[in-house]
Structure formats: structure tokens, C-alpha cells
Design a binder for this molecule. Structure first.
Ligand SMILES: [Fe+2]
Length: 253
């Protein structure tokens, strides 16, 4: 759910650097793409301290890397198979106990409503944890250069995804309205997932429940235009069609 990316070119899918526990971790690049995380640089620990759960996450990370190669360009001809990749990755995540997801290695951003930071980085694939205060909202935003599986770790949060239903104005035009369509809603309890590709459900927002929520984004960076935030009218323009009037907004958390 962290808005990401300003990259215009994709990093190599598999440049020979391995991501497993016993292999070298490549962190440069991924952090630089995260607006939350731009202060981070260089190499960090592979992931936060996990104790006995480390093997379970390492197995998940290895499966994730293999899916990345198989579906997103390393082992196939032609375009990435984003949906096949996301559903397979979500299935792997559902098999991972929420307690097996590493904690943040460090907080890269924090305010009174949320804090966030990387939990694991393996080049173009990385896990980012977001801790949301009770009843807080993560502003709607898009992910034009990423595909993302989000999983609940603690507490509950409601979510909604949207897609463009209109030709939007340029992203620096924050006055002109355009339409988005609500495409997917639900509740993220621990272990539950939702996901987005570059072509469907690409915008999302989260609202934490009364006990707050901790979520993790299993993000894959593909490269593309900048992310943006948007505001939506409180009431739909067309309730049956799920259409809302939207405007691009300042990037602010
Ligand atoms: Fe996001």
C-alpha cells in the first residue's frame, strides 16, 4: 500500500543475485523507489529479527523469488503474467503465519496515524510493513509501476480498490475531476490478502479498525510513472456502478 516508484526503467528481473537467507541481499534501488524510504540507502539487514519463525519466512521468500522469475519475465516469453503471479503469491502468503512476517527493520516514516518501513528486501521484490493507528486512513493512491499483495498481520482494516473510469487529467492538475470505479472492497484480518496489478484494482485505500491494524505489502517493482494520491467525493456519483468523482491530490500521509 505504500505508494512507490519514480522509476522509468525496470531493474533486471534476475541478475544472478539470489534472495534466500544464505545469499546476498540486494537493497539498492528498491529503497530509492519508495518515497517513505528515500532516506534509506546502502545495505541493511536481510530482514527484522524473527527467531524461530525465520525458516518459514525464508521459504516464503524463496517461493516468491521463484514466482517472480516464472511469471514476471525471468522464465517466460512476452509480457509479465501479473494476475497469475499475484494469485500464486497471495496463495503463498496465505500459507505464511502472520507472525512469520519479519518486523520492520527500521521506521522509515512515522506520524501520529501510521508508521512504515521495510521488513525484507530482495531487489525488485520487497515487503513493507505499515502500522496504522485506530480508525486511521491511508489515503487513496495508485501504483502505476507495481503489483502488490497486501496481507493483514494484526487487527483489522477495511480496504477499497478503484480503477480509472474516465480519462484523468495530468497528475499535476489537482482541480479537474475524473471518475473512478470502486472495484473491490473487504476486510483484512490477520492472514487475509488483497492485491492489485497495473491494469486492475490499481488504486487502493485502507481504514484501520478500532484496534488499529498492521499490514504488509508484498510489492513487486516493475517500473513506470510516478504514483499519486487522490481524493474521492464522499458520496458516489453513481452508486450502482460504484463511480466516484476523484481529483489528484498532494502526496501527504
Ligand atoms: Fe499502496
Amino acid at each position: 500500500m505504500q505508494p512507490l516508484a519514480n522509476r522509468t526503467t525496470s531493474p533486471p528481473i534476475d541478475d544472478g543475485i539470489r534472495y534466500g537467507r544464505r545469499h546476498v541481499l540486494r537493497v539498492a534501488g528498491a529503497f530509492g523507489a519508495l518515497p517513505f524510504l528515500h532516506t534509506l540507502s546502502g545495505r541493511g539487514p536481510e530482514h527484522g529479527s524473527l527467531g524461530a519463525q525465520s525458516d518459514a519466512f525464508d521459504a516464503f521468500a524463496d517461493a516468491w523469488r521463484d514466482l517472480h522469475v516464472d511469471y514476471m519475465g525471468g522464465g517466460i516469453e512476452g509480457e509479465p503474467m501479473e494476475d497469475a503471479y499475484l494469485y500464486r503469491l497471495a496463495a503463498e502468503a496465505r500459507g505464511l503465519a502472520p507472525t512469520a512476517v519479519p518486523p520492520m527493520m527500521r521506521k522509515a516514516f512515522e506520524n501520529e496515524r501510521l508508521s512504515t518501513g521495510p521488513a525484507w528486501v530482495g531487489g525488485a521484490i520487497f515487503a513493507v510493513v505499515v502500522e496504522m493507528a485506530p480508525d486511521s486512513v491511508l489515503t487513496p493512491h495508485d501504483h502505476p509501476g507495481h503489483v502488490v499483495v497486501t496481507m493483514g498481520l494484526r487487527g483489522t482494516a477495511s480496504y477499497a480498490h478503484y480503477e480509472l473510469a474516465d480519462e484523468p487529467p495530468p497528475k499535476d492538475d489537482r482541480a479537474s475531476p475524473f471518475l473512478v470505479r470502486e472495484t473491490r472492497t473487504g476486510i483484512l484480518a490477520p492472514g487475509c490478502t488483497t492485491h492489485l496489478s497495473r491494469t486492475r484494482d490499481n488504486m487502493h485505500t485502507f481504514r484501520a479498525g478500532p484496534e488499529g491494524a498492521t499490514l504488509v505489502d508484498f510489492t513487486t517493482e516493475i517500473g513506470g510513472p510516478k504514483f499519486s494520491m487522490l481524493t474521492l467525493d464522499a458520496e458516489p456519483e453513481d452508486a450502482f456502478e460504484g463511480l466516484y468523482v476523484a481529483r489528484w491530490s498532494e502526496v501527504k500521509f
